[in-house]
Design a protein around this ligand. Sequence first.
Ligand code: FES
Ligand SMILES: [Fe+2]
Length: 375
Amino acid sequence: MSAQLTEVEIDRIRAPLEQGWTLPPSAYTSPEVFCEETREIFYKEWICVAREEQIPEPGDYRAVQVVEQPLIVVRQTDGSIRAMSAICPHRGMPVVGSHGWAQHFYCPYHLWKFALDGALVSAPLMDGVDELPKDCRLPAVQVETWQGFIFANLDSDAPSLRERLSGLDEQVGAYDMGGMRIAGSVDYDCPWNWKLLIENFMEAYHHIGPHNVSLQGIYPAKQSYVSGSVAHGWSVLHMPGIESHGEDSLLPPRPGLSETQANQSLASVIMPTFCWINTPAIAFWYELKPSGHDEMKLTIHALAPVEMLEGDTDGVAGQMLLEVIRGIHEEDIPVNQGPWKGMHAPLTTQGRLSHLEESIWQINQWWAERMTASE
Ligand code: FES
Ligand SMILES: [Fe+2]
């Protein structure tokens, strides 16, 4: 049993969708719950840390943070990708803090030098000590790629991500995000609990509220439906469109989509935090970086097909796509902030879920399983 949730709360979360409840307020507002999530989820599960095109050449690297663990994701000389701790094994200084290109990594404190694979190359003025142990290096973590996205997992015993995703490939593979590149990105500070954003992201029920003008007419709430696998930790929200995205559309659908696929948009999550949207033509990656129960950074990346970006040397397509997603996200901000305040009110309790919120139910099953793993 989780030390942070009562038996009644857990039973409600685990009830079938028809009798299903949301998480209790403490799941969002408690720093202790976030500590437990960090231990049981963020440090054990697959976290998306970059797109392959962000580190195209050997030596290109990106510094990312998985809660309190800084990582370097770096392209090796043989073209493979490695992720490793950015913390110097000498006295704990972070070796890099941003992104760039390197032949070696130098710790800025006492100038220990590391190869791109994390091996210690040299340590100045250490000749007075015995030989350093072989594991004195930047420790590597597991890495896998899927559709151009790079995932890392701090748990060396974690099962492969790929095994979890075969059913998901059937749903989203044809949208071919591997054949897309980042066309533009926009950053947001989100001073609220990370799960509120994902819950908002994964249901179209609220199209009748904040998106009544922007989305409800195109993707009506009541047409939405969900596929997903709690066991495999992913969920897909299907949003059938009422207008054709056929040949007369501004952006042609990806070749190879079925008629159904070419007339819907999807919002998907690989739990815990990898969220993205597919339209028939393009995609948006929501890069969530939770750092506390009450704070998160969000970067929304617009992804467009390579062939579209080749003809767009001045970046206009990326700017246009970002304008669209900014408009939608800014309609969503108040309905993230509102529940964040609401969760702190003493009279707030668990709420009942709609059948249109099945993704939230699936996410909650997955979450509760991990948060009660030490039962
Ligand atoms: S802390 Fe890195 S070289 Fe000393
Ligand atoms: Fe929304």
